[in-house]
Design a protein around this ligand. Structure first.
Ligand code: J2J
Length: 550
C-alpha cells in the first residue's frame, strides 16, 4: 500500500527496513490487532463506562459494525475524520472502527471550538466530524454542523448521544453488532489498510499559529503501544483508569487505553479527574493503574486522606506531561498508597518511563528512560553540537515511533526536524549516568497549562487582530495550581485601552478553546525586544517571576 495521506512524511526506506527487520514494525494494521485481542481475551471485560461494559468480543464486533456502516456512508481508506468525544465507551469503538477502515481519526479535544475544528478540519480535509450531542452544557451538534458547513466536501456529522438531530448520523445506531459478525470480519480484513499508512493523527502542542498534526502509522503506533505496555508491566490483571482526555497520546497509548487493551486488561473510562469521582471509580472497579498530569496527581494526593474510599488496589500512578519536582513526586505515592511512575512523552513520538519498581531517586528525580532500544537521543547545545555527558541541552530524537515530520507543513518541518530526520523536542534535558532523562526546561515557545499545550504564536496571531493591539507577546506565568497560565504582554495603540475581558471576549468570539484564553494581561508602554526585533520573552518571563508578581 502506498501512503495515502498526501503530506505525510515517511521514514527513509533503509530506516524503515531496519525497523521491520528488528521486529519493531510488524506490518499489520491496528484493526487486526483489535481482533488479535478479541481472539486472545474474548469474554473478558475490555471497556467499562459507568453501567456500560463491553467484552473484547463485543468491542471488536461493535467496531466492525460501525466500520462497515461508515463505509456504506462513503468513508474509505485514506480519509480523515475529526473525533471530538469525551472519555466514553463510544470513543474506543469509533477509534477502532476508524483503524479498521484505514480512516484516520484526528484526535480533537472536547474543549475545542470552531476555530480549532475548522482550521484542523481544513488542514486534513476531514470527511466527517464525530461529536457528542452535548457536553458540559455545550451543544456540540450545533458546533459540528456549523463547522461542517465551512469545510469543503460536505463532511458527515456523526453524533454520539440520545438526541441526534436531523442531518446528523446516530453513531449508537450503527455500532450494534447485529448480523453475521464473522462474515463482516472477513470482508473488513479483505480491505484492510496498509501498516505504513497513517492510522491516526494526533495534535501537536505546537509553537506556531499553524495547525500541526502528527500522522502516526499502524506500524509505529502498534510498536509504541506494545513497548509502553511492556515498560509499565501492563498485564491481563491491569485495570486502567482513563481520566485525562482520551484523545491525548498519553492516556490513549502511553500505555493508556490501547496499551491496556493490548495486554488483555480492563479500561475504565471517566470523563473527569475530580478526586471524588476518581476515588469512587478506583474502589468500584479495583483500578490498579492510572495516569495523570502533575497538577491532577497532586490534587488526588491532597484529597486521598479520609476520602472514605478503598484505594488499596491502586499500584501505579503514571505522572507526566509537565514538570514535576522531586519533592512533589515524593508526596504522591505515600498519599495514594502506590508507586509513582514518571512519564516524559510527546505526541511526536518518544516516550520515557521510570520503571514500575524503580528506586525512589529514579522515580522521583528523573522522567525515565526510552521504551525502545532503537530510540536515539541526542542532547545538543545552542550551536547544534552535542554537549558533554550529563550536560544540559536541547533534546533531539529519532526512532521507530517518532515520525519524520508533521503532516503537510514542509516549511515548519524544516524548523522542527533536522535534515537528518531528528525531531527537535524543544525540551532542555540532561541524561543521567543511568540513562534516565531529566527535563530541565524548554526552549520552545509554548505555555504548558496543566499538561495542555498552548502555542504562544496561535494566541498572539489572534490577539494581534484586535484593533486596540499594537504589539503582543504570550508568555507562561508561573502558577502553583496548573504550573503555567497564559499571560499576555500588550502595547496598545495610542488612545486605546484593553482589559483582560476584552481579550477573552474577542478570542471566544473567534471560536478558540477556553483553556487557551489568556488569564493575565499586562499593558506595557513598550515591549522589550531582542536584537532581531522580536519581543524578548526571556525578559518578559523574568518580569513575571520578579517585579510584577504580587
Ligand atoms: C516535563 N515536561 C514534560 C514531563 C511531557 C506521555 C506523557 C506525556 C505526553 C505529552 C505524551 C513531561 N516533564 N514528564 O504525549 O505519550 C512536555 C514536554 C514535551 C511535551 C509533549 C505521552 N512530559 N512534557 O505531554 O505532545 O515539553 O505529550 O515535549 O502533549 O510535554 O507534549 P504532548
Amino acid at each position: 500500500h502506498p501512503v495515502k495521506h498526501e503530506g505525510f512524511v515517511p521514514w527513509p526506506a533503509d530506516v524503515a527496513l531496519r525497523y521491520t527487520e528488528a521486529g519493531c514494525w510488524r506490518g499489520r494494521p491496528l484493526g487486526s490487532s483489535m481482533w488479535d485481542w478479541s481472539d486472545a481475551w474474548g469474554g473478558r471485560t475490555a471497556v467499562v463506562d459507568g453501567e456500560q461494559r463491553l467484552s473484547y468480543r463485543e468491542l471488536a464486533a461493535s467496531a466492525d459494525a460501525l466500520a462497515e456502516a461508515l463505509a456504506d456512508r462513503g468513508l474509505t481508506d485514506g480519509d480523515t475524520v475529526l473525533v471530538q468525544l469525551p472519555n466514553c465507551w463510544e470513543f474506543v469503538v469509533v477509534t477502532l472502527a476508524c483503524f479498521r477502515l484505514g480512516v484516520a481519526p484526528v484526535m480533537m479535544l472536547p474543549p475545542h471550538r470552531a476555530y480549532e475544528l475548522a482550521s484542523i478540519g481544513t488542514h486534513v480535509d476531514a470527511k466527517a466530524l464525530v461529536v457528542p450531542d452535548e457536553w458540559r452544557g455545550y451543544d456540540h451538534q450545533d458546533l459540528a454542523h456549523r463547522v461542517a458547513g465551512t469545510l469543503p466536501g460536505d463532511p458527515l456529522v456523526l453524533v454520539v448521544g440520545d438526541t441526534v438531530r436531523p442531518g446528523g448520523v446516530d453513531v449508537r445506531a450503527l455500532l450494534r453488532p447485529d448480523g453475521d459478525t464473522a462474515a463482516r470480519r472477513g470482508r473488513l480484513d479483505a480491505s484492510a489498510p496498509g501498516a505504513t499508512d497513517a492510522a491516526l493523527f494526533l495534535l501537536s502542542g505546537g509553537t506556531t499559529g499553524l495547525p500541526k498534526v502528527i500522522g502516526r502509522t499502524h506500524n509505529d503506533y502498534e510498536y509504541n503501544i506494545r513497548q509502553s505496555a511492556a515498560a509499565c508491566g501492563i498485564t491481563a490483571e491491569t485495570v486502567y483508569l482513563a481520566v485525562l482526555p482520551a484523545g491525548h497520546n498519553y492516556p490513549l497509548a502511553s500505555p493508556g487505553i490501547l496499551g491496556t487493551l493490548s495486554a488483555g486488561g480492563r479500561v475504565v473510562l471517566l470523563p473527569s479527574p475530580r478526586p471524588e469521582a476518581v476515588f469512587e471509580a478506583i474502589e468500584r472497579e479495583g483500578v490498579t493503574t492510572t495516569s495523570a498530569v502533575p497538577a491532577i496527581a497532586l490534587k488526588w494526593a491532597e484529597a486521598a486522606a479520609g476520602c472514605g474510599r478503598d484505594l488499596s488496589t491502586l499500584r501505579h500512578v503514571h505522572v507526566g506531561g509537565s514538570v514535576l519536582s522531586p519533592e512533589l513526586a515524593a508526596r504522591i505515592g505515600p498519599a495514594l498508597g502506590c508507586r509513582v511512575q514518571q512519564v516524559y512523552g510527546m505526541a511526536e513520538g518518544l516516550i520515557c518511563y521510570t520503571a514500575p519498581d524503580a528506586p525512589d531517586e529514579v522515580a522521583h528525580g528523573t522522567q525515565g528512560a526510552p521504551i525502545s532500544a532503537y530510540d536515539e537521543l541526542l542532547v545538543v547545545g545552542p550551536d547544534g553540537a552535542p554537549v558533554g555527558p550529563g550536560e544540559i541541552g536541547e533534546l533531539l530524537t529519532r526512532g521507530p515511533y517518532t515520525p519524520r515530520g508533521y503532516y503537510g507543513v514542509p516549511d515548519q518541518n524544516a524548523l522542527s526536524y533536522t535534515p537528518d530526520g531528528w525531531y527537535r523536542t524543544g525540551d532542555q534535558v540532561r541524561i543521567t549516568p543511568g540513562g534516565h532523562v531529566v527535563v530541565c526546561g524548554r526552549v520552545k515557545d509554548l505555555i504548558n497549562r496543566g499538561g495542555e499545550k498552548i502555542a504562544a504564536g496561535e494566541i498572539e496571531t489572534l490577539v494581534q487582530e484586535m484593533p486596540q493591539v499594537a504589539e503582543v507577546a504570550a508568555v507562561p506565568a508561573p502558577d502553583p495550581d496548573v504550573g503555567e497560565r497564559v499571560c499576555l504582554f500588550v502595547r496598545v495603540h495610542e488612545g486605546h485601552t484593553l482589559a483582560l475581558e476584552d481579550v477573552a471576549a474577542a478570542l471566544t468570539e473567534r471560536g478558540l478553546a477556553a483553556f487557551k484564553i489568556p488569564e493575565r494581561l499586562e499593558i506595557l508602554a513598550d515591549l522589550p525586544h531582542t536584537p532581531v526585533g522580536k519581543p524578548d520573552k526571556k525578559v518578559l518571563r523574568n518580569l513575571l517571576v520578579t517585579t510584577i508578581v504580587r
